[in-house]
Design a protein around this ligand. Sequence first.
Ligand code: MG
Length: 312
Amino acid sequence: MNPYRQPLNPSRRGVERLPARFESLDERFEPVSGDFELLRLSTGYRWTEGPAYFPAGRYLLFSDAPNDQVLRYDEVTGRTSAFLAPAGYHNGHSVDRQGRLLSCEHGARRVTRTEPDGSLTVLADHYQGKRLNSPNDIVEHGDGSIWFTDPDYGIDTDYEGFAAEQELDGCYLFRVVPGEEPRVACADFERPNGLAFSLDESRLYVADSERAHLRVFDVAPDGTLNGGEVFAECTAGVFDGFRLDAAGRLWCSSAEGVHVYDPDGTLLGKLHVPETVANLTFGGPKRNDLYLTGSTSLYTIRLRVAGAPFPR
Ligand code: MG
């Protein structure tokens, strides 16, 4: 029997088993599918985001920003519990190459790194003397720089942060070398959102959720970006967070679940999810368990393909 066809946690209480609906749009999608079942691991949240997987502890952290909490799903016990509450309205998360948590915080309008002793290092909270808007999503480059997007969703109302005046004159993509001032990597966005590097880190993909498209940039060794053409237009809602698999395919959130793109820009297929998906990441011992933050719920499905090593 194909081990990939087995439910992950079939006997655990509270896990809802739903039929998995993969939709192939290209023959190259055929090797990509996985379990027959999509598992709803927990539910009852307002808006989930920011999944980040910690291989050493076999757990996943994710945000529920409107409820001002960060949750922790333990892959070993199958339990989800509060990790930070109140959390300061976290949104996106990532795990750096030393296994440290990188956080986007709407409340304090900053990006932070949680050190091994539990202390926080503020990586960025101002640009040229002005407060950031509300950092949304974050990844680390192999050169140690941290890249994050800064739309204004966390300050436009009190829903997932604190309503406040925007101090910057736009919503930018930032690059920050820890210990240095952040610099604007690209200012030409309406609402930059999810982001990820290609496998060799020579390209950077960035979603602009206001424009419902995904752009791709060439990354120079000094971090300068060139290009920025539209890579894909979202056909269901908007792109938010996304991750790459080990073959370089892009697994993108959308209003109908996940849209999977080839690096050449072809929409290969879809994984339908009952709720809008805001973000996703790969986890599990073989990195082939896809975790999805879908509006009110956390979902997972085991795939026949693994995620890229980074970001987590
Ligand atoms: Mg986002």
